[in-house]
Ligand binder design. Structure first.
Ligand SMILES: CC(C)(COP(=O)(O)OP(=O)(O)OC[C@H]1O[C@@H](n2cnc3c(N)ncnc32)[C@H](O)[C@@H]1OP(=O)(O)O)[C@@H](O)C(=O)NCCC(=O)NCCS
Length: 186
């Protein structure tokens, strides 16, 4: 299954190509981009992650799309949907996520792409809800969640099981977005 591609006013959300590998590795090797993650990724780790992203597309028909500006060729990061690979009280779920090269922050690209992914999740996949999560310090990511209309679940957050107890990044905040009720009056 190749999976659909999405387009917005300024952006394309598309499947990854071999020639994106370098940009993807540079994204994950940038300490500014990875500030709220346990560490930067080596080029081998980035290659493995891209392999897992592609496997996810094959398995589910959706995933973390490469994000490309319509006016400049080349991937500037990703935005998309993924099924988390860890156990938590809020599973099963589909997560919406984003990661952009630092020079493309502050232009509304993540929110624009995420809105297209939200529409796809509800209108095409028929999902009942989406979740997103990050550490409390990741203000930019939290701002994207709020711009999408996502609501904070439990202010106490949850402990991310991939990190050891006591790790500074273990506590995460969970946000949820329910599919709009088509009968609702606005
Ligand atoms: C999280 C991340 C994607 C957010 O990127 P972002 O550019 O801040 O988010 P948006 O696309 O919503 O852009 C909003 C900003 O663009 C500005 N903007 C400029 N032109 C705009 C336009 N045409 N339309 C909308 N917003 C525009 C907004 O005013 C806002 O600026 P501000 O944050 O200075 O107030 C980015 O910081 C990132 O990649 N972080 C590292 C990875 C990460 O932590 N991912 C999340 C892990 S859970």
């Amino acid at each position: 299954m190749s999976g659909p591609e999405l387009a917005t006013e300024r952006l394309l959300l598309r499947r990854w190509r071999k020639d994106d590998r370098e940009a993807f590795a540079a994204l994950n090797a940038d300490a500014r981009v990875m500030e709220h993650f346990p560490g930067c990724l080596s080029s081998v780790q980035s290659r493995d992650l891209l392999g897992r992203i592609e496997q996810h597309f094959e398995r589910h028909g959706f995933g973390l799309w490469a994000l490309e500006r319509r006016d400049v060729p080349g991937a500037i990061g990703f935005t998309g949907l993924s099924v988390p690979d860890f156990e938590a009280a809020f599973m099963p779920c589909v997560e919406i996520g984003w990661r952009l090269a630092f020079e493309h922050w502050g232009r509304g690209y993540a929110s624009e792409a995420a809105r297209a992914a939200v529409d796809f999740a509800f209108a095409e996949l028929g999902l009942p809800q989406l979740v997103s999560f990050t550490v409390p310090a990741n203000a930019r990511s939290l701002a994207v969640m709020r711009r999408l209309g996502m609501r904070l679940d439990d202010p106490r957050g949850f402990e991310h099981p991939a990190l050891p107890p006591g790790h500074a990044l273990r506590r995460h905040l969970l946000f949820r977005l329910a599919r709009p009720d088509p009968g609702a009056v606005h």
